[in-house]
Design a protein around this ligand. Structure first.
Ligand SMILES: Nc1ncnc2c1ncn2[C@@H]1O[C@H](COP(=O)(O)OP(=O)(O)OP(=O)(O)O)[C@@H](O)[C@H]1O
Ligand SMILES: [Mg+2]
Length: 239
């Protein structure tokens, strides 16, 4: 469903992605791991059409994202949910308004239907009763959960999660991963999770892709990963 072929990207002469290729099948969830600054967020932005490749391509269901026109990109983005690194709620909007935002922006649903969907999504992430609060009035874990609800409210077919648990305590982090897993079972989206939560994330993904020095260093199941003798992977697993 998502096909990445020889993806290359540099910034100011610094080669970040040097030829990345892998494919995520429909309904599969991949973990994308690797060192800080290795290009994980840059890769997700290419999948969402927020950055254009220097060379190579990202294709989703036959649509080449980097060269697609505005209209096809807009249609594509309606099928996509993106949890940005850092959560990034709108500070001036309540939790309810934040989660309703994508529905107000792109669907022609009635106010009542939007209200129902938002309240249901908030219930799914355990935030019932907090819909009238503002981001500054809730905890970091609640911000992440609200951002997750906002990413999921449009029932996306494709979900991109950029470090959904970073900055959270282990228990809250685990609960976010469990939420993502539960949402996947419910919606069966195709997903990529950028994460440092190794090995926790291994139980909820089909495959793991590891980026190292601009290339795919490893592409395999969590079991392949655990059994790998590659010193770079072993060092990474040990943290
Ligand atoms: N818009 C941009 N302009 C210039 N350089 C950029 C831009 N976006 C990313 N970079 C550079 O690309 C490299 C990869 O960044 P990226 O954010 O993808 O790393 P990452 O793997 O997500 O790291 P982290 O785990 O810390 O989030 C970094 O050196 C970063 O400075
Ligand atoms: Mg990043």
């Amino acid at each position: 469903m998502i096909k990445i072929e020889n993806l290359q990207k540099s910034f100011d002469g610094h080669d970040v992605l040097k030829g990345i290729s892998f494919e995520v099948g429909k309904g599969e969830v991949f973990a994308l791991v690797g060192g800080s600054g290795g290009g994980k967020s840059v890769l997700l932005k290419h999948v969402a059409g927020l950055m254009k490749p220097d060379r190579g391509s990202v294709t989703v269901d036959g649509l080449e994202i980097g060269t697609a026109g505005q209209k096809s990109l807009r249609v594509f983005r309606e099928r996509l949910g993106f949890l940005f690194q850092g959560g990034a709620l709108f500070d001036s909007l309540s939790v309810f308004e934040n989660v309703a935002f994508p529905l107000n922006e792109k669907s022609n649903l009635s106010r009542n239907v939007i209200r129902e969907k938002v309240l249901m999504e908030l219930e799914n992430v355990g935030l019932s009763g907090s819909e009238h609060r503002y981001p500054s009035q809730i905890s970091g874990g609640m911000v992440k959960r609200a951002a997750l609800a906002r990413a999921l409210v449009g029932d996306p077919e494709i979900m991109l999660f950029d470090e959904p648990t970073t900055g959270l305590d282990p228990v809250t982090g685990q609960s976010i991963l469990s939420l993502i897993d539960a949402c996947h079972r419910r919606l069966s989206f195709t997903g990529i999770i950028v994460t440092h939560e190794i090995p926790k994330v291994f139980s909820i993904v089909d495959r793991v892709i590891m980026l190292h020095e601009g290339l795919v260093r490893a592409d395999g199941t969590p079991a392949d990963f655990n059994e790998s003798r590659d010193p770079v992977i072993q060092a990474f697993l040990k943290g």
